[in-house]
Design a protein around this ligand. Sequence first.
Ligand code: NDP
Length: 389
Amino acid sequence: MAGSVRTVSIFGATGSVGTSTLDLIRLEPEKYRVIALTANGNALELARLAKEFDAEIAVIADAAQYQILKEALGGSSVEAACGAESLVEAAARGADWTMAAIVGCAGLPPTLAALACGKTVALANKEALVSAGELMIAEATRSGATLLPVDSEHNAIFQCLQGGHIDQVRKITLTASGGPFRTWSLDRMAAVTPEQAVAHPNWDMGAKISVDSATLMNKGLELIEAFHLFPVGLANIDILVHPQSVIHSMVEYRDRSTLAQLGSPDMRIPIASSLAWPDRMETECKPLDLAEIGNLDFEAPDYDRFPALQLARSAIEDGGVKPAILNAANEVAVAAFLKGAVQFLDITEIVSRVLSSYSPPQPVSLADIFAADEEARCRADLVVEEMKV
Ligand code: NDP
């Protein structure tokens, strides 16, 4: 790949991961040619980025914003498109490297379309893998696509596995910061506001994942993600709270050697590792200074105050469409919390009620997953109505 120009597409270009990816591309613009950039509703920012990077196409998911996008792109050579179908068509253009950074299960169809091209897909969009893990891994295997995990924990595990073999792994440990309410009592957590929940102590992220980090549902989703990406068996994946977010995860081999990946809590580091892979690139991220940090602390997660962890573990044990239901109900519950419609502790309660409200048949196709996703969203909406504050 040395010296050659790589084509790249970024799904969710206006978000936290998307803009960090573009920041890295700005460092070495001669190495990349942008095919597609996408957003949901932020048409002006999408147009600005598409013009700056001279993208082939800019896709806005929300059709109501199409006219704004088209006008903002006027006079440029960037093609404008809108809607879910156009996202899939843009992904099917088959960039050499695609960043999947749409938030939520809405990212699943374009991510599958990118995987079908058999190129490299950097996966940040964990909800897609949680909902349709088996199908995504099967599609990557069928097409020969390379799936690079971007989530800092999974990227850490991926790096710890370089030079090792998954058959030799005894245990994987996913580290968790514990979120902003790690030490809070349930009484105190009951009154948490959206502003408090999105203020993560270590990471600067989008609103949805920040709330997921506060409930620890993010770690639950990551457990499911790890289950699909690294086939060591659910029982061999542990969660360890590590408030400083310096060790991003660990792999213990059969001989009891444990490899860990460390770094400053900055998403540009795992994104850079995926963007340059299998090479390495210079970044402007803060180097790790362990003397300055002084101590690294660890503790077991509290399953009572953070029931999302057990909900996720049970969902993957039950299998079938249960993880898709867990994810969909969580998306609805988090959105309701961010709008002020329900309280913080209601989020996992809503997910729990939806999960226990029905047992659909095992999935056989993507259509079954979408059906389960839709049904779970309807059921979650009803629970939100009952709980409205
Ligand atoms: P943001 O909310 O910051 O950005 C989300 C992006 O997706 C935006 O470009 C948004 O467009 C677009 N989008 C939102 N909804 C839709 C939709 N229905 N259809 C199409 N596009 C949509 O999210 P993050 O960047 O924080 O997270 C992105 C993904 O990466 C998530 O799955 C998250 O869990 C994962 N992740 C994020 C990390 C982080 O540090 N932020 C770390 C690890 C994983 P618009 O701007 O127009 O709304």
